[in-house]
Design a protein around this ligand. Sequence first.
Ligand SMILES: *[C@@H]1O[C@H](CO)[C@@H](O)[C@H](O)[C@H]1NC(C)=O
Ligand SMILES: *[C@@H]1O[C@H](CO)[C@@H](O)[C@H](O)[C@H]1NC(C)=O
Ligand SMILES: *[C@@H]1O[C@H](CO)[C@@H](O)[C@H](O)[C@H]1NC(C)=O
Ligand SMILES: *[C@@H]1O[C@H](CO)[C@@H](O)[C@H](O)[C@H]1NC(C)=O
Ligand SMILES: *[C@@H]1O[C@H](CO)[C@@H](O)[C@H](O)[C@H]1NC(C)=O
Ligand SMILES: *[C@@H]1O[C@H](CO)[C@@H](O)[C@H](O)[C@H]1NC(C)=O
Ligand SMILES: *[C@@H]1O[C@H](CO)[C@@H](O)[C@H](O)[C@H]1NC(C)=O
Length: 840
Amino acid sequence: MLWSSIASFAALTAVVNGQYDGETSPPSYPSPWMRGGNGWADAYQKAQAFVSQLTLLEKVNLTTGVGWEEGPCVGNTGSIPRLNFPGLCLQDSPLGVRDTDLNSAFPAGVNAAATWSTRLMKSRGNAMGSEHRDKGVDVQLGPVAGPLGRSPEGGRNWEGFSPDPVLTGVAIGQTIQGIQDAGVIACAKHFIMNEQEHVRSATPPEYEFSYSSNLDDKTMHELYLWPFADAVRAGAGAIMCSYNQVNNSYASQNSWTLNYLLKNELDFQGFVTSDWWAQLTGVASALAGLDMTMAGDQGLNSGDTYWGSNLTAAVLNGTIPQWRLDDMVVRIMSAYYKVGRDKTSVPVNFNSWTLETDGYRFPESNEDFTQVNWHVNVQDDHAALIREIGGASTVLLKNVNKALPLNKPKSIAVIGEDAHDNPGGPNACGDRGCDIGTLAMGWGSGTANFPYLISPNTALKAQAADDKSQYVNVSNNYDFDAVTKAVTGAEVAIVFANADSGEGYLTIDGNEGDRNNLTLWQNGDALIAHVASINPNTIVVLHTVGAVIVEAIKNHPNITAILWAGLPGQESGNAITDVLYGKVNPQAKTPFTWGKAREDWGTDVMYTFPSDPPQLNFVEGVFIDYRHFDAAGIEPSYEFGFGLSYTTFSYSNLKITKNNPGPYEPTTGMTSPAPTFGTIDYNPAHAEFPPGFSAVPRYVYPYISGPIPTNLPQNWPAHSQDGSPQPKLAAGGSGGGNRQLYDTMYTVSATVTNTGNVKGTEIAQLYISLGGPTDPKIQLRGFDDLILDPGESETFTYEITRRDISNWDTVSQNWVVSAYPKTVYVGGSSRDLPLSGALG
Ligand SMILES: *[C@@H]1O[C@H](CO)[C@@H](O)[C@H](O)[C@H]1NC(C)=O
Ligand SMILES: *[C@@H]1O[C@H](CO)[C@@H](O)[C@H](O)[C@H]1NC(C)=O
Ligand SMILES: *[C@@H]1O[C@H](CO)[C@@H](O)[C@H](O)[C@H]1NC(C)=O
Ligand SMILES: *[C@@H]1O[C@H](CO)[C@@H](O)[C@H](O)[C@H]1NC(C)=O
Ligand SMILES: *[C@@H]1O[C@H](CO)[C@@H](O)[C@H](O)[C@H]1NC(C)=O
Ligand SMILES: *[C@@H]1O[C@H](CO)[C@@H](O)[C@H](O)[C@H]1NC(C)=O
Ligand SMILES: *[C@@H]1O[C@H](CO)[C@@H](O)[C@H](O)[C@H]1NC(C)=O
């Protein structure tokens, strides 16, 4: 029967309790109920009014996806026909609307980070949000702060921003504001510790469990949770939990990460959705803080569900208290009202499963053939923004002999498959699952279809025609005879190469999501070496998902310039042409470190595990990326925050002003008791399928059929069903944590001057040393983009917050400012910091 699930609940409860090797996650119950503070008050009020009129079945409908491919979007909740409420549409991705047409393909998150421009981050979010809105999407499944980027090999790092938590925190906050200003709910993901693709999900019989990310509390707070605090502070309406375990408890039912960290300490007021099929239990996940399940079915097209009818039954038999169900639904509807969905919503006008005009409304069940696509063009003028971000995110790593910018060269040779079009078109491979032609996004669910893709070859050829430069191009990376002929005697040879990665459900050239190595793909290193052995003015352009080993390229005397263009989206060729020809002066700074060898990072993907459940131990603590290079005294090829311009800048006049915001006060007191909204009809007969209801096969419904289980043995965690007032956490009380963490402690300013001959943008960076023996040498805390004419000076200002100078204290479970002397540094990269001063 339906209710034979107690064995699996018991097994998973055992996991929650951590009866396996490795660390365990402490229990934290009950799940904090929404209270509507911090900019949520209006939305909460509207949501209460809406939810109060719902029946049990209608409430359950909003928490549960209808099953894979049973609606137009990648995720669809049930609807409320009685109130003409169509249900919610959740759609990928973090870089544009996935699986449709006439949408834009934006630069990836890593490129947004490389701009270091809050204006561009927010504009990008807003443009993506408006495209989702105009397609009828309620929830955009992005942006990404997990993976943060522990290891450069991590397959999905590029979907997020940077391994630095502050750069990622600013980027995710700006992106969320941009998306939600457009009237769409942003869904920050993946919460949390989803730092690699290998074994993120169980792959029986090899691994019966997902890997467990095991880490200490300090590293959690000071590194991985940090950007999620910014996401919550920015008002994110939704957060998606991840596939992996944390301390041997699944992220979809880990009461410590969801109840304690996210909903209590960070005071998250929106809803938590599972990643697709990441939910593994019904009651346990509900009590641990999950609010929505996606795709709704237990497995891909399995037709059964942990929630839906099972949630209805669990409420009816009293296992899940009404307040917990009501809290799920009021959180979902508050997010809806917070971003104004009641005013901005349009009917869904696309279908994720076909680009044809007609198709099935329920594709998985092959039912109801009708019009499913209206081909709405949502691109607006976003191409201009995409081109601007493409240019502003291109990092100039090397430029000698005034190689760049180009100025009407007599002849130019453009070499490499990565400069050229994919002969099958830019969308030839589903979910971009191949590395053919120029690389402008990675692969997986974090993608969108290209409306078009301007390749570098197309744009550079057009530029050459304007300039009357002789132009020759070679796309074959292995035809060295043709390459030799093309580059010999050319005034400039530009070689393009790439390195790709993506989500683990696709394996490309043996790479199961995560990269197998940090070298270039498609013979790229040999191709570059060959061109440089012939042409003394070789320029290298890299389209890579992250760091690759460039030490040989950096040191080659014939290589006069190196540019990293990342994953620039549809305007790739135009953007790189703008930079190469000086129409755009590069401003980007690398959002990650470029090591000389793979070992230099001190962290790596674990490709196989000796045990099951697989243990992924974050033994390096907070020392990832530049923190590790600094601590270990390893010289990188290019340090975090590095990037050249066609002009030069100087820094002077550091000023530090101490503010006095008063002492830090822990949040105290008790919450109010858990509220309920409306009354529940506990008669099981009223929860059955309505007479004559014609159910779509394998569709997930809230209805029960037959008797509900009432006297199974119960072993739910202590306090998990308790709706009485609860103590507030010292570090909590406000979106993103204790309000006073964001008090200004010091105001720091410095003068930045353009000392060159052309206009340029400098990204001024501020780092702090917290001074303790276990602290990183320096940590980024603030930055700003300053646009300066030749000779012009401007003041860079940053307000250092209490959080910026605090450490997480595991005993008091709060942030503390240590007694160690603290120093502030200002300059143009993490290793070029001409100004410094004590924070007295
Ligand atoms: C994981 O376990 C460590 C060691 O017991 C503990 O410090 C940390 O708080 C735990 N974190 C989570 C998320 O459970
Ligand atoms: C739940 O949602 C489904 C469609 O998604 C709908 O057919 C059904 O009528 C809804 N049930 C209720 C009680 O609103
Ligand atoms: C309820 O959950 C149990 C245990 O996972 C499952 O066997 C059953 O099919 C579910 N019921 C429905 C209607 O999906
Ligand atoms: C040069 O580019 C064109 C497209 O503009 C392409 O058709 C041609 O194959 C390329 N030439 C070589 C030798 O790869
Ligand atoms: C690194 O991986 C890429 C992609 O699979 C492959 O093309 C390349 O040959 C590999 N490099 C080395 C040194 O094995
Ligand atoms: C640089 O290019 C010249 C040809 O201009 C070639 O003779 C020389 O060997 C190249 N240098 C290297 C290190 O490959
Ligand atoms: C109530 O139903 C849920 C879902 O089927 C089940 O997990 C739980 O054990 C039941 N409670 C009782 C007391 O039988």
